[in-house]
Ligand binder design. Structure first.
Ligand code: ADP
Ligand code: MG
Length: 599
């Protein structure tokens, strides 16, 4: 039960619900357990009346006796209904406290998990797939909730019922109780095996369900490719096969479950037969009454359900325990990139002077470092360009500037201080990073831009869009800035998406602006427009621009040429063109391409 102890503070937090909840559970069980006693009284009153009837047979008093018997039966019936109703009322109160508390805890857990997920750094998201994280946020939390609510409720209720029923039974006749409980161990064992079988099968069912849903998810998000390659039929067949699997696993589970109920009822039946058989002899010996037999049968029925459900409650608790552990592995992860003892919280702003000093970085599970001893220095308000082939480490380099990655060795400095002395919020608020892979939210154009600055007015949004050369496009959209872009911006072209992403960065007026191949999907004319408006920007900024197109970098104050994680050449455009090397090669090739295109 180790991991579940982690939940104890939640019980404490909602003690004002749990303590009354447990009390209501016990009261409800107590009322329910008195019902058989009333039944016994009712049954036992029958032979008494029969004796009285024969005694007064043929006299006038017999009519009064009838009336009296009738009233007595009504009273018993009323008593049973009253007790059951009271028990039901407390059961309602129990649900209203314990189940409500479990929902509160579910809410707290989910929020805590989400907050934490937002803190975690990139490395975490490389390790865990989105599906895995979502499963934890939904399925695992649900399992924990079931433990907190239903499992605790059932366990308490069952314990109270079994204890009270058994004591009542023992009080009446220890011998009969021993006989009546004879099949119980068998019941417990069969229930345990049954629960294991059901558990095993429902795990497999769950697995198949995941396979099925991820298949659908992938097919739907790739529906365009799917159609383009006319894979609909093949995909439908594959889906049918998975669906078939799912059906069979469901039927398999249903088989076990339907076999379980009759065998369970059989055991209860055996108990009842024993009570009538052994009990009948005890009645004949005058040890117990007939009413006791009726009482016993009800007790046995009341007790078997808690015992039968125990197996399921145990699996429920086992699952919750595994889920808590899975959640905890996430909650125990500390974000690699966070403020620490080296942070000076008083730093609220930065200028944008950037220096890298012998920076090394290697991704986990990669054989070679992505950055090998990168060093450079760029004064504030200047422009740095990084060029090189795909995979040479450009993105890795620029992601160190807003601290999306921290170097393994060496330091990144801003304004002459180690970047880690700045509070993370200061770093991120003062930087605008346009990543290589644009991500748009399924929202309007305006909201996607304003994501960079939630207080932005419509004018500011318009201004940012103008600078990103997006205004003309927006004018053509059906609802202008209020046009929905679809999931991940599916209704926009690649270039429109990139420019929306650029506008999002610009609207923050960042001190440092980072374009990671952010102009790859726009034509040269648009590129020129955007670069011009960047130069014209009031309150200028440090610009870091990664590009595979040299036209975008010619005006840079410093150009770094990367190869295999190292800076192999550096200088201005003029200097680099004059040198033999990668840059001159790239330049020549691109000039040639332009000429070809001009034809
Ligand atoms: P560029 O931006 O110049 O194309 P990157 O910085 O993206 O290059 O990549 C540099 C190297 O690091 C490549 O070999 C790439 O495969 C590797 N790499 C990049 N991102 C990751 C990642 N998230 N996990 C593992 N390896 C990565
Ligand atoms: Mg890149």
């Amino acid at each position: 039960m180790g991991p579940l102890a982690r939940l104890n503070h939640f019980f404490w937090r909602y003690k004002y619900l749990f303590i009354p909840g447990l009390l209501f559970t016990m009261i409800s069980a107590a009322f329910q357990i008195t019902v058989p006693m009333v039944v016994r009284q009712a049954v036992d009153s029958i032979p008494r009346f029969v004796r009285l009837f024969t005694l007064y047979d043929g006299t006038a008093a017999q009519a009064d006796l009838y009336a009296f018997f009738f009233v007595a039966l009504l009273l018993f019936a009323g008593g049973i209904i009253g007790l059951s109703a009271t028990s039901g009322l407390f059961m309602f109160l129990m649900r209203q406290t314990v189940v409500v508390a479990s929902r509160h805890i579910e809410y707290d857990l989910r929020n805590a998990l989400y907050d934490h997920l937002q803190q975690l750094s990139e490395t975490f998201y490389h390790e865990y797939s989105t599906g895995d994280v979502i499963t934890r946020a939904t399925d695992d939390i649900e399992k924990v909730r079931r433990y907190i609510g239903p499992a605790i409720m059932y366990v308490t209720r069952s314990l109270v019922m079994v204890l009270v029923a058994m004591s009542a039974m023992f009080f009446i006749s220890p011998t009969l109780t021993l006989y009546a409980l004879l099949p119980m161990p068998l019941l417990a064992i069969s229930v345990f095996f049954m629960a294991q079988m059901v558990h095993h099968r429902s795990e497999k069912l769950q697995e198949q369900y995941s396979t099925l849903t991820s298949r659908v998810q992938e097919a739907l998000s790739g529906i365009r490719v799917l159609k383009a390659y006319t894979r609909e039929e093949a995909e439908a067949e594959a889906f049918e096969a998975e669906s078939e699997q799912y059906k069979w696993r469901n039927l398999d589970l249903a088989l076990v479950e339907s076999a379980w109920r009759p065998s369970f009822l059989l055991l209860v039946g055996i108990s009842t037969i024993i009570v009538v058989w052994v009990g009948g002899r005890l009645v004949a010996e005058g040890v117990i009454t007939i009413g006791n037999i009726a009482e016993y049968i009800i007790y046995i029925n009341m007790m078997t359900w808690p015992v039968a459900s125990l197996g399921f409650v145990i699996t429920m608790i086992q699952r919750a325990s595994a889920s808590v552990q899975r959640l905890q592995t996430i909650m125990d992860r500390t974000p690699e990139i966070a403020d620490g003892p080296h942070t000076d919280p008083s730093i609220q702003s930065l200028e944008g002077h950037i220096a890298f000093r012998d920076v090394w970085y290697q991704y986990e599970d990669e054989d070679a470092p992505a950055l090998r001893g990168v060093s450079f220095e760029l004064p504030a308000d200047r422009t740095l360009a990084v060029v090189g082939r795909t995979g040479s480490g450009k993105s890795t380099l620029v992601r160190m500037i807003p601290r999306l990655l921290d170097p393994d060795a060496g330091t990144v400095e801003i304004d002459g201080h180690d970047l880690r002395t700045f509070p993370l919020s200061t770093v991120r608020e003062n930087m605008g990073h346009v990543p290589q892979d644009v991500f748009l939210f399924s929202d309007t154009v305006a909201n996607n831009i304003a994501f960079g600055d939630l207080d932005a007015s419509r004018d500011e949004i318009r201004q940012a869009a103008a600078e990103a050369d997006l205004l003309e496009n927006v004018a053509d959209f059906p609802d202008g800035f209020d046009t929905h872009v679809g999931e991940r911006g599916i209704t926009l072209s690649g270039g429109q998406k990139q420019r929306t992403s650029i506008a999002r960065a610009l609207i923050r007026n960042p001190r440092v602006l980072i374009f990671d191949d952010a102009l790859s999907a726009v034509d040269t004319a648009t590129e020129r427009n955007i670069l011009r408006s960047l130069r014209e920007r009031q309150g200028s900024h440090t610009l870091v621009i990664v590009s595979h197109r040299l036209s975008a970098v010619q005006e840079a104050d410093l150009i770094l040429v990367m190869e295999k994680g190292a800076v192999v050449q550096r200088g201005t455009h003029e200097e680099l063109v004059a040198q033999d090397g990668l840059y001159a090669d790239l330049h020549e090739k691109q000039l040639l391409e332009e000429e070809i295109q001009a034809f």
